[in-house]
Design a protein around this ligand. Structure first.
Ligand code: COA
Length: 261
């Protein structure tokens, strides 16, 4: 994994840990950090040493407190569209990653931080996490996919309320709304929970895991017939060695050993 200036990365037992490391700015996402995410996720798909990803923020106060407002303040109409499209493209790379990606959310997940968390496959928060889309306070709207992903995660009425008021909500409420999968007391416990889930996923057939991501994402792509994607992916699974291994292991009453082939 190439060195990044704003994101610390470390691979341990197949899990890539990414920590946004701008603690003094509450890990705000500037352009450089976003581009580092692009480079990292372009590499993750093909890197055999990486089988899962955890994204978190450095320090105890924030996951990511939004896009960097000092950069937002310099936008004009032309580059604002590019700004949004660029962020959307990078977050799509995360959402479509064929390996599981979990956000471990400590503290503030606001604006682009909440949007990045929503692009991950799952979200695990600490008790003190706070979620919100406060862009309206700056005279703008979410631009990194938040209007879309928040709506499909929590439903239209609540998404409109959160985006129109800019209100923050706590971790328990976020869990009740379906925005968060699990809430734990501390960051260490949240990381442990993420690792436990990822270890379970890593014991399954990797090609099948990637195809589940494709099929679930197809639900939200109006240009794609998700049932067709599912049938095609199902057929691709049956061509794999892992399919032979999984079914044989069951019939031979032993544990399967998957190779991702
Ligand atoms: N962009 C750039 N810098 C940010 C930032 C952001 N999104 N969020 C926080 N920071 C910076 C602050 O400017 C401050 O920097 P400084 O010490 O150089 O002045 C530092 O991070 C600490 O933030 P501060 O506001 O002093 O902390 P706080 O505890 O008083 O408040 C928040 C925390 C999260 C409520 C507050 O920082 C905030 O509202 N941030 C912006 C959230 C937002 O609107 N995000 C969406 C952006 S589109």
């Amino acid at each position: 994994m190439a060195d990044s200036k704003n994101i610390l990365s470390e691979v341990k037992e197949g899990i890539l840990y990414l920590t946004v490391n701008r603690e003094t700015k509450l890990n705000a996402l500037n352009f450089a950090t976003l581009e580092e995410f692009r480079d990292i996720f372009n590499e993750v798909s093909d890197n055999k040493d990486i089988r899962a990803v955890i994204i978190t923020g450095s320090g105890e106060k924030a996951f990511i407190a939004g896009a960097d407002i000092s950069e937002i303040a310099e936008l004009n109409e032309l580059n604002a569209r590019k700004f949004a499209e660029n962020g959307q493209e990078i977050f799509s790379l995360i959402e479509n990653c064929p390996k599981p990606v979990i956000a471990v959310i400590n503290g503030f997940a606001l604006g682009g931080g909440c949007e990045l968390a929503m692009a991950c496959h799952m979200r695990i928060a600490t008790d003190s996490a706070k979620f919100g889309q406060p862009e309206v306070n700056l005279g703008i709207i979410p631009g990194y996919g938040g209007t879309q992903r928040l709506t499909y995660l929590v439903g239209r009425g609540k998404a409109l309320e959160l985006m129109m008021t800019g209100d923050m909500i706590g971790a328990e409420e976020a869990k009740n709304l379906g925005l968060v999968n699990h809430v734990l007391a501390t960051k260490a416990e949240a990381l442990e929970k993420a690792e436990e889930i990822l270890r379970k996923i890593m014991s399954k057939a990797p090609l099948a895991i990637g195809m589940i991501v494709d099929c679930v994402n197809a639900v939200f792509n109006t240009e794609e017939n998700g049932y067709q994607t599912e049938a095609n992916s199902f057929a691709r699974c049956v061509k794999s060695g892992d399919y032979k291994e999984g079914t044989s292991a069951f019939l031979e009453k032993r544990k399967p050993v998957f190779k991702g082939e």
